[in-house]
Design a protein around this ligand. Structure first.
Ligand SMILES: *Cc1c(COP(=O)(O)O)cnc(C)c1O
Length: 377
């Protein structure tokens, strides 16, 4: 039995540090925001190479506030991709703006910059690429087009803690970068968490106010704000885990390299592409298979857990039917949704476990000899 990820193994490896951090907050009674959250913000900003970090309660809230701080509201359009977790698109809807999709490129499954300009209208007020699976979108052409049109870029880096594009960290290139600390993410809280990084002082100030009821001083509400604050316990635990993140990321990358090299001999599946100018942090290791559902069934039967990220692109979800899209509108996303299968991958996974998964894939997809051939002899 190989699980999809193993949070118990991670906890066991850092139990003493995590327990001490949580107990410190219980004793301090700083249960919401407070010193631990402020220290985590500073440490995560440094990690990303950004000036400011503002911690919030979820990655979705991070996206929502980054969009609001960029001035997005009803009547505006925000360009993003349909092949993502639904939260990227929901955050746009929360502001009252309309999500406008551009398709992804088939190799990296991130926003296709060659389709971006055609989607820009006078109403376009932000561009939100998604750094899917832990690999950054092709930021240089996206930033070039955005700057030429004077449109801010908000990075959905919820799957991409520590990823790099030409040496620059996820979240530090656009106006703002948004992270999630949902437990299964590469950096995960013991509960919910999120954060925005930005190099822009005014954006940082607006997000800081918006997360805490829009107040500049207590009970002086300058903006219509939200209760999107991070818990003290999460801040303290995330500080502990941040110290381990680079080691975990390197372990993920080593396992990804093992998968890719072993899968070279398995013709029925295609390994993910890591672009040469990027550091992929492998939140998800997704292969592609023409018979994805059959392969998933066979792996289930062999005791190997897999995932589907994501089986239905957002433009075909019922919840977003009001956008008026149909099958065929974004064919690259639709094909990816039919073909991707996420394999188990986590830092504590051993090379034997990786080999076991690859053997099971090879067996499951082996070309079976025709019946006649079996009878002979
Ligand atoms: C996880 C995720 C989110 C939302 O983060 P939450 O913390 O679950 O709200 C947004 N976008 C992407 C791409 C994600 O993977």
């Amino acid at each position: 039995m190989i699980p999809f990820l193993d949070l118990k193994a991670q906890y066991a490896s850092i139990k003493d540090e995590v327990d001490a951090a949580a107990l410190r907050v219980l004793a301090s009674t700083q249960y919401v925001l407070g010193e631990e959250v402020a220290a985590f913000e500073n440490e995560f900003a440094t990690y990303c190479g950004a000036r400011h970090a503002i911690a919030v309660n979820t990655g979705t809230s991070a996206l929502h506030l980054a969009l609001l701080a960029a001035g997005i509201g009803p009547g505006d359009e925000v360009i993003t991709v349909p092949f993502t977790f639904v939260a990227s698109v929901s955050a746009v809807c929360y502001t009252g703006a309309r999500p406008v999709f551009v398709d992804i490129e088939p190799r990296t499954l991130t926003m296709d910059p060659s389709r971006l300009e055609a989607a820009i209208t006078p109403r376009t007020k932000a561009i939100m690429p998604v750094h899917l699976y832990g690999q950054m979108a092709d930021m240089a052409p996206i930033m070039e087009i955005a700057q030429r049109h004077g449109i801010p870029v908000i990075e959905d880096a919820c799957q991409a803690h520590g990823a790099q594009y030409r040496g620059e960290r996820a979240g530090s290139i656009g106006l703002a970068g948004c992270f999630s600390f949902y437990p299964g993410k590469n950096l995960g809280a013991c509960g919910e968490g999120g954060l925005v990084v930005t190099n822009d002082d005014a954006t940082a100030k607006a997000i800081r106010m918006l997360r805490d009821w829009g107040q500049e001083q207590r009970y002086h509400h300058t903006l219509k704000g939200f209760n999107y604050r991070m818990d003290g316990i999460q801040g303290a635990i995330l500080r502990v885990k941040l110290r381990h993140l680079e080691g975990w990321t390197e372990a993920r990358r080593a396992n990804a390299r093992r998968y890719t090299s072993l899968l070279r001999d398995v013709e029925t599946v295609t390994s993910p592409t890591e672009a040469l100018d990027r550091r992929h942090v492998y939140h998800i290791y997704a292969v592609r298979s023409a018979d994805r559902d059959g392969l998933k069934q066979n792996l289930d039967a062999a005791g190997i857990a897999t995932g589907l990220h994501y089986p239905i692109p957002v433009h075909l979800q019922k919840a977003h039917a009001d956008l008026g899209h149909r099958e065929g509108d974004f064919p690259v996303s639709e094909q990816a949704a039919r073909e991707v299968l996420s394999l188990p991958l986590y830092p504590e996974m051993t090379s034997d476990q990786v080999a076991t998964v690859v053997d099971a894939i090879a067996q499951a997809t082996m070309v079976k000899p025709p019946r006649a051939a079996l009878r002979v002899g």
